[in-house]
Design a protein around this ligand. Sequence first.
Ligand code: AMP
Ligand code: ZN
Ligand code: FE
Ligand code: FE
Length: 280
Amino acid sequence: MIDLHTHTTASDGSYSPSEVVETAIKIGLEAVAVTDHDTIEGLPEALKIGEKHGFEVVPGVEISAEFKPGTMHILGYLVDYKDPEFLGKMNVLQEARRQRNPKIIKKLNELGIPITMEQVEKEAGGGQVGRPHFASVMVANGWVDNHNQAFNQFLAKGAPAYEGKYRMDPHDAIQMILQAGGVPVLAHPFSLNMESEDQLADLLKDLTEAGLAGLEVYYPEHTREMSESYLRLVRTLGLCPTGGTDFHGASKPQIKLGKGFGNLAVEYGILEGLKQRKAK
Ligand code: AMP
Ligand code: ZN
Ligand code: FE
Ligand code: FE
């Protein structure tokens, strides 16, 4: 079994890249992909520790794209993450985050939460700052009871301390991954908040014409029915099915590496499909 969707301290996960890989080895996975939000900073360490243990680490990234009504994330697998053009575009995304963070602080302060940028940066431990870091600081200081409350009352899209940031157009995100030799995959389609399989099919057709190569069929929040629906679309459009847990460690404590809520199981053959797609 494998896990093709994990986050590290390079973004908003609580395990370092080495800890993710070592945990994957310990629980007997055959491969793990590191897919941090809008950054590849965790990949060198993850690949190095994988090599040391003779364990397969798949270089990846998860790009936040512009989309309404829901959230669109595009995973890029087997990318040449040293490609200068690719790194340049990553830097634009990093800068967008750096500009957003003080605005969230300001909104929270105005709402009576005395949070500081220093606290949030400390929480991020030198990695990229994301909303879960704000939530963790708020919980640790007793300003909210838990992560969910931090998001629902303050940080979620539509909540009063939400601050949008520049996001890539989905077609540009797909192109960026393709240009770096990667395989673009639409992450957790349930989060798009589509109304029907037909509506999702239309969107996927458009993205597939733009170069999308896969769809994340297996995911902790997907019901059996959802995965079956996604598998039908994958077959119709000739996409690679993929799967992963979206492991974050402490900030998503219910989700276990390789298992999700407990019963997720992604076979190694799924990764072979991605490799075949890359070779084409
Ligand atoms: P950011 O990349 O800073 O926009 O933060 C995105 C991360 O915040 C996602 O990976 C989720 O882990 C988390 N997140 C987003 N919305 C929610 C929500 N409504 N409840 C809990 N966590 C959320
Ligand atoms: Zn995350
Ligand atoms: Fe995501
Ligand atoms: Fe993720």
